[in-house]
Write a protein that binds this ligand. Structure first.
Ligand code: FE
Ligand code: CA
Length: 531
């Protein structure tokens, strides 16, 4: 059995650290590692104007197959140290302290840091015994009253490890953005047994369904160097989509995908969701103020950047209403349906966000004094109407098209609250879109109230082809599913500028990147325009 003892050789290595502060010396008396345990990189998240959360996970044997020793470590928390510097060479240390790698969370660290200066970069690293982590860069948010003139952020979604390399992450990291927003499908739980052109395979060869297999899926992704770079360059703001748990799930309802999909009891699915949510917490720089419990994890949150930008990170999976007309004998939640065959689709009480999150979002949007208000979420919001061979309108149930009343309520609130420059960003579709959002998509006179940018996948195979329904949906201003990549956004006082960045080939580990398309949103004028 691989256990902690195998990786910790000595417990008396403190002598060489006599120069370190007393607090560090006490904790560092632990160990010399046989193998560097910082295999999964570092990350920062949950930024505020005076700090952030620092993340790492100790895993000397990251893909350990034994459920009792995740990452190759057995029970017992491991103390370690963190250092924060004002320079990238870690010469000028401004804060240091001890942290815990918590055994109950697979020896992950979620260290809340406070007391730093607003709106500036810091560099950080961890140390355990004689082992050092990589150095990461984190950035504090501006103070509430601070004038801010620009912001550079990138957003990404849908990184299937088997389908391609993560060059999109590498190229985004090279831009050195201020923030990186992860909009879901950060991992894929399933194993692709259909494609014959996989560039690499999920390590254990089985679908993730329990704590061990979800942990190992995250660990395998986290070993990727391109992924480590994008986490190390800037704070990560994260939400999830379905594949962090299972395809197209919502709330406590899901299909089990076998030869024929079946409909597990919610109590059964709850165990799986609990494991998946815990593994998500363990691998993301989330605030330790909110821990996963009872198959729940609150991840929606807001981030204030002076009165320049407000970012709402929202959760479209955990709290959503049941997919319309889902349940035996309809054993898959994601389908294309016609409203006249499923009146439940139009039910006014169905919600994408759930009542609590909805109220939180509406209230905080109404209160926001920021110039730019960004709603980060995982799935396509604009209406996409398709037609059956007989001309019936058809809608996809798993994105906002399966929640038309909820979408209308949200966009009506956006409109009524007069929130400044609402921008919706999303993923899931494995294609680029740029859309105008309206309260009523079927009424040509209904005003455009917000702008939507949907990023393509980092590596996952292309999604549905909507190129033949653009005429049917004139608010869809752009669609392209031919490339993998990310979206880079520069926000200024007068304009938001979005660049759709496409990598040359997801099958090429060293893929290049180019700008495929550019859009702007002018201050005070909702709707996307070609740059
Ligand atoms: Fe996806
Ligand atoms: Ca998805």
């Amino acid at each position: 059995m691989l256990n902690r003892r195998r990786f910790l050789i000595s417990t008396s290595a403190a002598a060489s650290w006599l120069a370190t502060p007393a607090a560090l010396r006490a904790a560092s008396a632990l160990s010399t590692w046989q193998t560097n345990p910082f295999t999964l990189g570092v990350a920062s998240g949950a930024p505020t104007s005076d700090g952030f959360v620092l993340w790492t996970r100790l895993a000397p044997d990251p893909l350990c197959a034994d459920a009792m020793t995740p990452g190759g470590l057995c029970a017992g928390d491991v103390p370690l140290q963190f250092e924060i510097a004002s320079d990238d060479a870690m010469r000028n240390i401004v804060q240091s302290g001890s942290a815990q790698a918590e055994a109950q969370f697979a020896h992950s660290v979620h260290q809340q840091v406070r007391g730093l200066k607003p709106n500036r970069p810091y560099w950080y690293r961890f140390r355990s015994g004689d082992a050092y982590s990589a150095i990461g860069r984190a950035i504090t948010l501006p103070a509430a009253s601070a004038p801010l003139e620009k912001l550079h952020l990138g957003f990404v979604s849908c990184a299937n490890y088997e389908h391609g390399y993560f060059s999109a992450y590498r190229h985004l990291a090279e831009e050195q953005p201020d923030l990186v927003l992860f909009l879901g499908d950060y991992i894929y739980e399933y194993v692709d047994k259909v494609s014959t052109d996989l560039v690499r395979t999920h390590s254990d060869g089985v679908e993730a369904t329990d704590l061990r297999t979800y942990r190992n899926r995250y660990a395998q992704y986290r070993l990727d160097n391109d992924l480590q770079q994008v986490h190390a360059i800037a704070p990560s703001l994260v939400t999830w989509d379905d594949h962090e748990v299972v395809n197209d799930y919502g709330d406590l309802l899901s299909a089990t995908y076998g030869a024929a999909p079946t409909f597990p009891a919610p109590a059964e699915f709850k165990l799986r969701r609990a494991a998946a949510y815990q593994a998500f917490y363990e691998h993301m720089p989330l605030t330790p103020r909110r821990l996963p419990h009872d198959a729940q994890l609150r991840i929606y949150d807001q981030f204030s950047l002076g009165n320049f930008a407000q970012i709402f990170m929202t959760d479209t999976r955990q709290h959503r209403s049941r997919a319309p007309c889902y349940g035996p004998p309809n054993n898959v939640p994601g389908r294309v349906i016609a409203p006249d065959e499923c009146p439940e689709l139009l039910d006014e009480s169905r919600s994408m966000y759930g009542v609590s999150q909805e109220q939180w979002l509406y209230q905080n949007m109404a209160k926001s004094t920021a110039r730019w208000n960004i709603i980060g979420q995982s799935v396509l919001m604009a209406q996409v109407r398709r037609r059956s061979p007989t001309g019936k309108p058809l809608y996809w149930t798993d994105d906002w098209n399966g929640f038309p009343a909820s979408r209308r309520h949200l966009l009506q609130h956006v409109h009524d609250s007069k929130v400044s420059n609402p921008i919706v960003i999303g993923g899931d579709a494995h294609a680029y879109f740029a859309n105008d959002l309206k309260v009523n998509f079927d009424d040509e006179t209904s005003p455009v109230v917000a702008s939507e940018f949907v990023g393509t996948s980092v590596s996952s195979k292309p999604g549905f082809d909507f190129s033949d329904v653009l005429a049917e949906n004139p608010h869809m201003r752009y669609f392209n599913r031919d490339y993998r990549g990310y979206v880079s956004m520069q926000l200024g006082p007068k304009q938001l500028h979005a660049r759709y960045q496409a990598i040359s080939d997801p099958r090429d580990r060293d893929a290049g990147v180019r700008t495929l398309q550019e859009f702007v949103v002018e201050d005070g004028k909702p709707g996307v325009q070609p740059a």
